[in-house]
Design a protein around this ligand. Structure first.
Ligand SMILES: [Zn+2]
Length: 298
């Protein structure tokens, strides 16, 4: 469907129906520019903290009018070993969004805090207390609905920033569905909050045996980032190095105990440090910033 901006929708068949919900822009169309300035008092690019949910609706309206975009962080509520909180994935997704938002003129939406089911080979699996997942169809429906709301508000620059391995593909599918009938907006989808690292960074952080990011769950990578961002949430004295007895190249349902670990950490967490986290963050943030500047300039 196409919107003509006046609350009317034109179907593919050409029939016009009245939209059930008016956009904020329609609602306040009669108000003077002077009154609008009083309402939000927001100059271009001035949004303290950059959190969308902290803004009033009038500030949000004016941010959109200024070309400000929105980032939707997507994470999970999932075990992260004996030393990291269940919230690790959506904390990292949100912090990364907040780090790139000022330079790219973006706002950061409240995160999607539940993710697709944890799998034994990449997240430890569902057997750990507190790992609270949703079905892929639920996740996709939620993300699609939220993105469609952003489009309805008038956001034209959107970013989906995922930090939970098992959400990959599903976030792309949800974005595709939301964007399928609009050509007025653009979205960047980061299936992982990380591109390739420099070889010297891999050497410094993971030393001689980098296992690949799939098993870097609650290990050196995430633990270092959390020590850098939120040391108060890390019980580093409880961190262990761990590995599954067996690593298959296929999945098994129900999962046998030997393809995951008892601790929930899938590799070596003890070699994490805040300094390594600072190094990783110093690579991740510019990568995402540059991508948005390149392909989603305001
Ligand atoms: Zn994680």
């Amino acid at each position: 469907m196409l919107s003509n901006g006046a609350g009317l929708l034109t179907t593919a068949q050409g029939a016009t129906i009245v939209a059930k919900q008016q956009s904020p822009e329609t609602f306040v169309a009669g108000w003077s520019q002077e009154a609008r300035c009083r309402e939000s008092n927001v100059g271009k690019g001035e949004f303290a903290g950059r959190r969308l949910a902290d803004l009033t609706w009038a500030e949000t309206r004016d941010a959109i009018a200024q070309g400000t975009g929105v980032i939707l962080p997507v994470g999970a509520t999932e075990q992260h070993g004996l030393h990291l909180p269940l919230a690790t994935d959506y904390i990292c997704a949100t912090e990364l969004a907040l780090a790139v938002a000022p330079a790219t003129n973006m706002l950061v939406a409240p995160a999607v805090t539940y993710g697709s089911r944890s799998r034994p080979l990449t997240g430890g699996g569902q057997a750990f207390a507190g790992t609270t997942s949703v079905r892929a169809v639920t996740l996709m429906a939620l993300i699609t609905d939220v993105l469609k709301e952003f489009l309805r508000h008038g956001f034209r620059r959107l970013v989906l920033l995922n930090w939970h391995y098992e959400n990959s593909n599903f976030v792309y599918e949800a974005a595709f569905e939301a964007m399928e009938h609009t050509d007025a907006a653009k979205i960047l989808i980061f299936e992982h909050g990380l591109n390739e690292l420099k070889p010297e960074t891999i050497q410094t952080v993971f030393e001689e045996d980098f296992p690949g990011l799939a098993v870097e769950h609650a290990a050196a990578y995430e633990t270092s980032v959390m020590l850098h961002l939120h040391p108060e949430l890390v019980h580093f004295e409880r961190a262990v190095d761990d590995r599954s007895a067996r690593r298959t190249w296929y999945d098994i349902i129900p999962p046998p105990a030997d393809i995951t670990t008892r601790s929930g950490t899938l590799w070596k967490a003890r070699r994490a440090s805040a300094e390594k986290g600072r190094l990783l963050w110093g690579e991740i943030v510019p990568q995402v910033t540059e991508a948005i500047e390149r392909d989603l300039a305001d």
